[in-house]
Design a protein around this ligand. Structure first.
Ligand SMILES: Nc1ncnc2c1ncn2[C@@H]1O[C@H](COP(=O)(O)OP(=O)(O)OP(=O)(O)O)[C@@H](O)[C@H]1O
Ligand SMILES: [Mg+2]
Length: 569
């Protein structure tokens, strides 16, 4: 430990190789926590917040994001996991586990007195080679190969859900993906934002379904309105259909009216039905037979609309109603309009608008919308946690498929690609003299962390399985041999159907390597000047002091006296 001159007297701080080792130890701790959730037999975690509200999750990025971690290295790893999820939708645990394995291997080289700059050079070279090996061995597929698309979704889903649910949901994602993908000139794109999710408690995940169009957890505002309208012409309104809000008047109109003659009240009482009749006529004249309104609807206008045979739905109760009303408008091709400006050109279209029963509840469905790309998935399940997890897994599966449009190549999972990379990188390292060879070799060895954790999570000892895996890879034809977690055997994972888009594999490797390198580069921590002088509450003795942001008394034994003397935050 070095006394650091820029920090206040008595405060010590790590620097140089000691700091690098300390950082690596943090990465190792994170890996121990998260690696147990890798693969189809990975464990779930109980996430409990300060209010004792809990959630169960097996998703790497959300686990890390929600954990309370103070160390900057932990935050770097959280960023790595969330970026992985944002970019390709899957592989957040793998990338963090790999980054930590690379750091662990680097630590061994530091023990051998190999300088971090040599390790970094070796890792960079190994990464470049890895990417070119991946391009060389990955298998090209057709964008329309439904079988492959289904397997890609199944691989992602099966690590979060049971096999039957994964199979059902991969069929659903296939259906939905067909609807949302589109060819723009020569490129394919898939707009996942077009998919609308509805969580409906009850039943099991296996009862989930996809619908061509929009589904809303809503019902008609009046029982006399039609339940089913074919060739629906849809008005989507942003303004309320009620009087009290005075939303149709400028906001400055506010006031109190005092009347001393009973006859004067009459026009006021009549104004409301008159206004409502005007609005209903406006809707009728525009040609609408279905109305969606983002805001409240008065009971009286509900009655009038029911008598006119116009199906009306308010989205007022929806939590994110802004987003939903835009979705409805986009799906049926309507313009969001205020009631007093509504015209025929603002209407959208759907082949069918229907209030349909799902178990003991009802939902509004718009099928055959003007925008053929609109699609919805109704997720069923016994609790909101289960449905949330399933929704996240389905989104990941859709993202994984969409990543095939960036590069239409796949590799095999179950540790197959990592075992093959290990073999090829080891051969590559032999072409280098000097210490760099050790760094490339270390990179190659780190690859096996993925199959090792997959084996460990199925309850077997990696030392019993990994030798057979590496032995299979010595044969030139067995590049896709990996560990099948369900049969617990070494098999050809392409045949088993555990496959990953090349884009995801590359992002995992690039993210892990670049993060490991950036952590190896850190050899010092500097305190930043405070932007604003914070108010520090005084303790009983009238003396208070705040520790630098990333330091905590528990982590600095020398702080014990300091802690007794001062209030430590
Ligand atoms: N049946 C299987 N047998 C062996 N390995 C499998 C099987 N199914 C999936 N895998 C492997 O599991 C790993 C993915 O596990 P998991 O989905 O839990 O983690 P992740 O994708 O890295 O993180 P997250 O999905 O939380 O973002 C991949 O290496 C994949 O090849
Ligand atoms: Mg995954």
């Amino acid at each position: 430990m070095v006394t650091y001159p820029t920090i206040r007297e008595g405060v010590s701080q790590l620097k140089g190789s000691e700091l690098v080792r300390s950082n690596i130890s943090v990465a190792k701790v994170i890996r121990t926590i998260i690696a147990k959730s890798l693969g189809p037999f990975g464990s779930k975690k109980f996430l409990v917040d300060s209010m004792k509200y809990y959630k169960v999750s097996g998703d790497g990025a959300s686990m890390l994001e929600k954990m309370s971690l103070w160390h900057p290295i932990a935050n770097i790893l959280i960023k790595l996991a969330t970026t992985q999820k944002d970019v390709v939708g899957d592989g957040s645990i793998s990338t963090v586990v790999l980054a930590s394995a690379l750091l662990e291997r680097a630590e061994k080289l530091l023990d051998e007195r190999i300088h971090p700059s040599v390790i970094i050079k070796g890792y960079n070279r190994a990464l470049k080679k890895t990417l070119s090996i991946l391009d060389e061995i990955a298998e090209e597929i057709e964008y329309n190969d439904r079988e492959v698309l289904k397997k890609v979704a199944y691989t992602t889903l099966s690590t979060k859900l049971g096999t039957k649910a994964s199979s059902i949901l991969s069929d659903i994602t296939l259906d939905v993906f067909d609807k949302i993908r589109d060819k723009r000139e020569t490129n394919w794109i898939a707009n996942i934002n077009l998919v609308h999710f509805i969580q409906k408690p009850g039943g099991s995940i296996n009862d989930s379904i996809s619908v061509r169009g929009m589904v809303m957890d809503e019902r008609r505002i009046h029982p006399d309105m039609p339940k089913r309208i074919k060739h629906a012409k849809i008005a989507v309104l942003r303004s309320p259909l009620e009087f009290s809000k005075l939303d149709h008047h400028p906001p400055t109109v506010r006031g109190k009216i005092v009347m001393d003659d009973i006859d004067l009240i009459k026009p006021f009482i009549e104004a409301k039905p008159q206004l409502f009749r005007g609005w209903v006529n406006k809707i009728k004249n525009a040609g609408a037979n279905v109305v969606f309104c983002e805001k409240r609807i008065d009971e009286m206008i509900g009655d009038l609309l029911a008598r006119t045979g116009i199906m009306t739905i308010t989205l007022y109760r929806w939590a994110a109603k802004d987003k939903h009303i835009t979705r409805v408008a986009r799906a049926c091709g309507a313009n969001l309009a205020r009631i007093d400006e509504l015209e025929e050109k603002d209407l959208g279209y759907a082949d069918l608008a229907e209030e349909r029963e799902f178990g003991d509840s009802k939902m509004i469905i718009l099928e055959g919308c003007k925008n053929p790309r609109a699609a919805s998935i109704i997720i069923r399940g016994i609790s909101s946690e289960i449905m949330e997890d399933a929704e996240r897994a389905v989104l990941d599966a859709l993202h994984a498929k969409a990543s095939l449009f960036k590069c239409n190549k796949i590799v095999a999972g179950g540790g197959a690609i990592e075992a093959e990379l290990k073999k090829r990188l080891t051969m590559f390292s032999r072409g280098f003299g000097g210490k760099e060879q050790f760094a490339i070799q270390a990179f190659a060895n780190a690859m096996l962390c993925i199959p090792r954790e997959l084996v460990r999570n199925t309850g077997l000892n990696p030392y019993d399985v990994l030798p057979s895996l590496t032995k299979e890879h010595q044969k030139s034809n067995n590049i896709w041999y990996g560990y099948d977690a369900f049969t617990r055997k070494i098999s050809n994972m392409m045949n088993v159907g555990i496959i990953t888009p090349l884009e995801i594999s590359k992002t995992i490797l690039k993210g892990a390597c670049e993060t490991a390198i950036s952590i190896l580069r850190i050899d010092d921590m500097l305190n930043l000047k405070k932007e604003r002088k914070e108010e520090i509450p005084e303790n009983a003795s009238g003396r208070a002091m705040q520790l630098p942001g990333f330091l905590s008394a528990e982590h600095l034994p020398e702080f014990k006296d300091y802690k007794q003397k001062y209030t430590v935050f």
